[in-house]
Design a protein around this ligand. Structure first.
Ligand code: C5P
Length: 398
């Protein structure tokens, strides 16, 4: 999988840099071509000579290196790889990436590149947990940077916790997974996400507690497998993922229209928490408070987007996946919902407040299909998304 792949390996300045020597050796063993870049600080931990000898290629060290510029400019260097791997990615290097600094060769390459980037962070546990680093992590993830690790364990500084660089086999596996990605290449998938807002008047609306986290993670996981994703999102708390086409909507009616214009598609995943009702005649001007007179809102039913697409006579996506947020008898209700709506799968979750799932970072789901109900263990919403994306890939690519 890594044979003849061109890897630009940026080695940051941390004690874990010693593992990058083994990483080079293993990459070469798998047939990859490695172009190494060392930061100044990295040279304190590994020597350019050993890096060059293992890579069988010259080491790039300086932004203003005349020989390198004459042979290959740094812009070209940043784009000539199939994948950029940063190992170890120090707190400083991650901060530079998140901020878009370009004040040395490594940060300039990372800013100039249009090649996917995989980073293996390594730092002291306090540095990893610091709000500044956590902000940078969130930023880098939303910029589409892939992460491997860090692991938790005993660290070179004697402390214990998260921050150890991922082991070399895990970094290799993450790089391989990147090249395997693409199983959904050429497949178009619509994902709905977030809540809808149904106006009462120009300033007030009816909404629900959906954060959009699960739908966003699903769209990201499908895009990571190479799918062309149309992400139709209501006003969610989390930003849309990178590498998808974003269509922003507010109401259920707008969401339906956006989904219909995104068709035809190979699959559709309806993770949005669509409001069941809208105010029948929303006021065009702000409803004024009047003494002794309470406004009475009349509702009308919103279109059921999932049922509509599931029951299309022509041009129905091959796979239609709905969600069911339930507070009791999860499997029974979700199984009935699958029948009623006519979709292929229902991803059911228990959203009783004590589960902490609604708005939280974890999910425990049951996948209901024609084959029955399959309970997945409780895991992060990202992991649920990856598992679901893999199942969708299996169903679409046979
Ligand atoms: O009927 P219920 O709202 O529980 O069904 C949930 C599923 O139906 C979700 O997949 C949701 O995205 C979808 N849905 C929809 N249009 C609606 C209501 C729900 O697509 N108006």
């Amino acid at each position: 999988m890594l044979a003849s792949k061109r890897i630009l390996l940026i080695i940051g300045g941390g004690i874990a840099a010693y593992k990058s020597l083994d990483l080079i050796r293993r990459l070469k063993g798998l047939g990859a071509e490695v172009t190494p870049v060392l930061t100044r600080a990295a040279e304190e931990f590994v020597t350019p000579l050993s890096v060059a000898a293992l890579a069988g290629a010259p080491v790039h060290r300086d932004l203003f290196d005349l020989t390198t510029e004459a042979e290959m400019g740094h812009i070209q260097l940043s784009r000539s790889a199939d994948l950029i791997v940063v190992a170890p990615a120090t707190a400083d290097l991650m901060a530079k990436m998140a901020q878009g600094h370009a004040n040395d060769l490594a940060s300039t390459l990372l800013l100039a590149t249009d090649t996917p980037v995989l980073i293996a962070p390594a730092m002291n546990v306090r540095m990893w947990e610091h709000p500044a680093t956590q902000r940078n992590i969130a930023q880098l993830k939303s910029d589409g940077i892939r992460f491997v690790g860090p692991d938790a364990g005993e660290m070179a500084c004697g402390e214990f916790g998260a921050g150890r660089m991922a082991e070399v086999p895990d970094i290799l596996m993450a790089a391989e997974t990147y090249f395997e990605a693409g199983v959904l290449q050429g497949k178009r998938i619509i994902v709905t996400s977030g809540p809808t807002h149904e106006p009462i008047d120009p300033v007030r609306y009816i909404a629900n507690r959906s954060s959009g986290a699960q739908g966003t993670a699903i769209a990201a996981a499908l895009a990571a497998l190479g799918a062309e994703v149309v992400f139709v999102t209501g006003p969610a708390d989390v930003p849309p993922p990178p590498h998808v086409e974003v269509v922003r909507v507010e109401t259920a009616a707008q969401m339906k229209e956006a989904v219909e214009s995104a068709l035809p598609a190979d699959a559709a995943v309806f993770a949005a928490a669509v409001a069941d009702w809208r105010v029948a005649s929303a006021s065009a001007s702000k409803i004024k408070k009047k003494d002794g007179a309470l406004p009475v809102l009349e509702f009308s039913e919103n279109p059921d987007i999932l049922a509509g697409v599931s029951q299309m006579a022509q041009g129905r996506p091959k796979l239609v996946v709905g969600f069911a947020a339930e507070t009791d008898d999860v499997v029974a209700h979700a199984t009935a919902k699958r029948e009623r709506k006519g979709c292929d799968w229902i991803v059911a979750n228990d959203v009783r407040p004590e589960t902490g799932i609604m708005g939280g970072s974890e999910n425990a789901v049951v996948l209901i299909s024609g084959d029955g109900a399959e309970s997945w263990p409780r895991m992060g919403k990202g992991a649920v998304a990856e598992k679901l994306a893999a199942r969708i890939a299996e169903a679409l690519v046979q």
